[in-house]
Design a protein around this ligand. Structure first.
Ligand code: ASP
Ligand code: MG
Length: 429
């Protein structure tokens, strides 16, 4: 017997037909192999597209929306799917019930639209699971100390699942999604992308944060801290599907476990593990910012206070004495708010012009192998230049190199790099 938390994403939950398929997978997991019953909890996303639809309603109602009310609206998508899954499970003869975020409760900080989970103290959940009840929990939502509904940021259901897995001390957290694992890059762009048997928490963290939309970044950090074993796998399997234990998804493991896999010959050692792209960022340039202590703080503090995540930052060398241009990226969805906030503080910051550009993409190469291998960056810059792709900005970490390029060149850049690092799967003949 094992205790397993299963999480299903929006594509898997899109419509009653698909929810029925999910319910069957859940039943099979609960039944286990050879009569070894498992204890199961399920965390669900809203139906695909639903959260976007709800976000748009908020924008239409009030472009400068209050994030507390935004949370009330957007949390509703998961309420619908959790109730529907419980109903469907019941129709298959299972014992099932839903627990909404505030009922469990999943207590979070009060930072609306990007709250963090503080604790899940739900002894009742473990008890119900032990009694054979399938617990269905809406992802993405929680409740703050004052009793108001919160949400965890887009893609937050993954984090809910990992947090529930940690809280009930699950043996594994299986994330079912519309891809069947983590690939060297987006297989829709590179048909010769390969599925990885395993990636390290660190690599997954970088891949998730740069747009390999498999898992929410925060969920990976949480899994790493709590030591939750995570497996990514496909929910698009037939009715006679084998149980999750036998589906070859991608396991997210520690570096030590990865080294074992390499030594046993189950994984190949690579300098670069994967290539990610992200078209959801926008560039902001503030021109002629006074080059003095405090200028940069004046720009970024208000953005942080408004929960706007800044990623790449470049402060150009001042052309004129005492002035400099500051370039940075923010999520595209936050661009109007960021722009309004900065305009409001024009005098305080002292910039001349604000220039924005959403037509950019960030391409990143990621791999723990980079730690011990030089020349990875050189290969990237050379490969891009040979195809005439211009690099607008660069940022690096110990296991990642990212470049900002024109959005139209995204697919070309990903393909070129996938080949340059020898990641293409062999062609079968
Ligand atoms: N429904 C939310 C979103 O689309 C949360 C999730 O699916 O993880 O962002
Ligand atoms: Mg997701």
């Amino acid at each position: 017997m094992a205790r397993i938390v299963m999480k299903f994403g929006g594509t898997s939950m899109a419509g009653t037909e698909r929810i029925r398929r999910v319910a069957k997978i859940v039943r099979k997991q609960q039944a286990g192999r050879d009569g070894a019953r498992n204890e199961v909890a399920v965390v669900v996303s809203a139906m695909a597209g639903e959260t976007d639809r709800l976000v748009n309603f908020c924008r239409e109602a009030n472009p400068m929306y209050d994030t507390a009310e935004y949370d009330v609206v957007v949390a509703s998508g998961e309420q619908v799917t959790s109730g529907l899954l419980a109903l469907t499970l019941q129709s298959l003869g299972a014992k099932a019930r839903s627990w909404l975020g505030w009922q469990l409760p999943i207590v979070t900080t009060g930072k609306h639209a990007s709250a963090r989970i503080d604790e899940i103290d739900a002894p009742g959940l473990g008890e119900a699971m032990a009694e054979g009840v399938i617990a269905v929990i809406p992802g993405f939502q929680g409740v703050d100390e004052s009793g108001r509904i919160t949400t965890l940021g887009r893609g937050g259901s993954d984090t809910s699942a990992v947090a529930v897995a940690a809280a009930v001390k699950a043996d594994r957290c299986d994330i079912y999604t519309d891809v069947d694992g983590v690939y060297t890059t987006d297989p829709r762009i590179v048909s010769r992308a390969r599925k990885l048997k395993a990636v390290t928490y660190e690599e997954m963290l970088e891949l998730a944060s740069v747009g390999a939309k498999v898992l929410q970044t925060r969920s990976v950090g949480l899994a790493m801290r709590e030591g939750v074993r995570v497996q990514v796998l496909s929910s698009f399997v037939g009715d006679d599907a084998i149980p999750a234990d036998e589906i070859p998804g991608t396991l997210i493991v520690s570096e030590a476990e990865m080294n074992d896999l390499v030594e046993r010959g189950e994984m190949e050692r690579q300098h670069v593990t994967g290539i990610a792209h992200d078209k959801n960022e926008a560039k902001i340039i503030l021109t002629r910012v006074p080059d003095r202590p405090g200028s940069v703080a004046n720009i970024f503090e208000p953005l942080a206070a408004a929960s706007i995540n800044v990623d790449m930052i470049i402060q150009n060398v001042g052309r004129d004495k005492g002035e400099t241009d500051v370039t940075f990226t923010v999520p595209q969805a936050d661009l109007p708010r960021a722009q309004a906030l900065l305009e409001d503080r024009r005098d305080e910051i002292g910039f001349n012009r604000i220039i924005t550009d959403s037509h950019i993409a960030k391409i990143s190469v990621v791999g723990v192998g980079m730690k011990s291998h030089a020349g990875v960056a050189g290969t990237m810059f050379r490969a891009l230049s040979e195809r005439g792709i211009n690099i607008q900005a660069i940022s690096t970490s110990e296991i990642k190199i990212s470049v900002m390029i024109d959005e139209d060149e995204t697919e070309l850049a990903v393909r070129v790099l996938h080949t340059a690092y020898g990641l293409d799967a062999p062609v079968d003949d």
